[in-house]
Write a protein that binds this ligand. Sequence first.
Ligand code: PXG
Ligand code: PLP
Length: 442
Amino acid sequence: MSNRLKVAPNDLSAFWMPFTANRQFKQAPRMFVASKDMHYTTSDGRKVLDGTAGLWCVNAGHCRPKITEAIQAQAAELDYAPAFQMGHPAVFELSNRLVDVAPAGMEHVFYTNSGSESVETALKMAIAYHRAKGDGARTRLIGRERGYHGVNFGGISVGGIVNNRKMFGSLLTGVDHLPHTHLPEKNAFTRGEPEHGAELANELERIVALHDASTIAAVIVEPVAGSTGVLIPPKGYLQKLREICTKHGILLIFDEVITGFGRLGTPFAADYFGVQPDIITTAKGVTNGVIPMGAVFATKQIHDAFMTGPEHLIEFFHGYTYSGNPIACAAALGTLDTYKEEGLLTRGAELAPYWEDALHSLKGEPHVIDIRNIGLIGAIELAPIAGQPTKRAFSAFLKAYERGALIRTTGDIIALSPPLIITKGQINELIDHIREVLRMID
Ligand code: PXG
Ligand code: PLP
C-alpha cells in the first residue's frame, strides 16, 4: 500500500459522489484504502468484511493475483487499440470464452463499459433488429415497475424506480411497464422462489392488447431484481413472460448485470430458471468489477439479421471508444480463469442452503418484516420508521460498518451479495453482525 493512499485528503468538496448522501458522507467519511479476498481495510486500519461484493461485482473476491497480473501484463504490452475498424487478439479470445460460459444460443458479444451502457446497447439492438428485418414499426419497449436498468435515458425509461426517474423530464416515448412482482402479504419469509404471483406475467398480454404486438420491440426485465431490494420472480413467472414474448414476436431481454457470472449458483440466471432470452446484458462480474466493462450477448438470429447489404458498410451504428478495451479484456480473461479454477460460477449452489438458513435465522429479530433469498443473494426488509423512510436501514448500514461489515441498503431493505468465495464461517460472521445491529438500532 502506498503512503499516498493512506493519507486522507483534507478537502473532500470537489468530488461530487454518485448515489451518495454527499453532505453526510463528508462530515464522517468512510474510506477504504486496501482490499484482499473477503475484506477491505479502512483508512483507520480496520478490517471490514465485504457482504456485498463491492456493488454486486467483486464475485471472486478482492485483489486476486490472476486478474492483477493479467492487467499489469496487458498494460505493458498493448495499452489501447482503436475499437472501430481495428481489433486485437484478447477481444476475440475473450468473446469465444464468454460465449462458452453463456447460456446456449448466446453466440455473439458486444462490449460496453458498464451495465448502463449494456442496457442502452440492448435496447438499440432490439429496435434495430426488427427494423433490419423489415419490421420497423416495432419500436416500443416494455420494462417493469421497480426495475433497475442503470442510469442512462433508455435505462431509466424502462426502469421503474421513481427517484431515478422523476427529476429527469419526459424520458423515452413509447415505453410501458409491467407490474412488479413483490407481494409481501402473500410471500413474506419465502425461501427461494415465491409461490404467488406468476399470473402477473399475464399483464403483458394486456399491454400487448393495448398497443398491438406489431409495435413492440422488446421486454426487458431483471430475472431477479437487485437494486430495488431483491425481488425474486414467482415460480413460473419468467417462463410465462417467455411464452408470451415468443407468441407475439417480441424479444425478451434479461438484464443480468447482477445475476450474471455465478450470483445464483449457475453461470447466468437464464440457466437457473431454464428460460432462454434473446439478449442478455452483463457488466460487473465480467471483470470482477476491477476494470469497467460490460458485455451484451445476442443470439445468432439477432446478429445475423444485421449481416446483410454491401460488405464494406458498417452493420450496426453503435459502439464506444472503449468497447473491448485491451486492459478490460485482460481483466476479464484473468477473471474467467479465476472463476474456472475455483469453480466460482457454480459455488453459490453449494453454499445456498447454508446461506438461506443463516439469513432466515434473523426472523423474529427487531424490525424484520420479510427475508428473501436466492443463490448467494439475500434481503432483509425492515419496517420503516414512521415518516422517515430509509432512515432505519441507513442506521443499520452505518452501525454494521462500524462493527466491521459492509452491507448495502436500498429503501429500508438490507441487500446482501457476498463474494462467491465466502466461507461458512464468514457467513455466520456477517449474519451475526446484522443480528447485533438490528438489536442496537432504533
Ligand atoms: N442493470 C442492472 C440490473 C443493474 O443492477 C445496471 C444495469 C447498471 O450498471 P452500471 O454498471 O451502469 O452501474 C445495474 C447496476 C445496488 C447497486 O446496490 C446496483 C447497481 C449498481 C450500483 C449499486 O443495488 N446495479
Ligand atoms: N463526446 C464526444 C465529444 C466524443 O468525441 C465522443 C467519442 O468520440 C463521445 C462523447 C463518446 O465517448 P465514448 O465513445 O467514450 O462513449
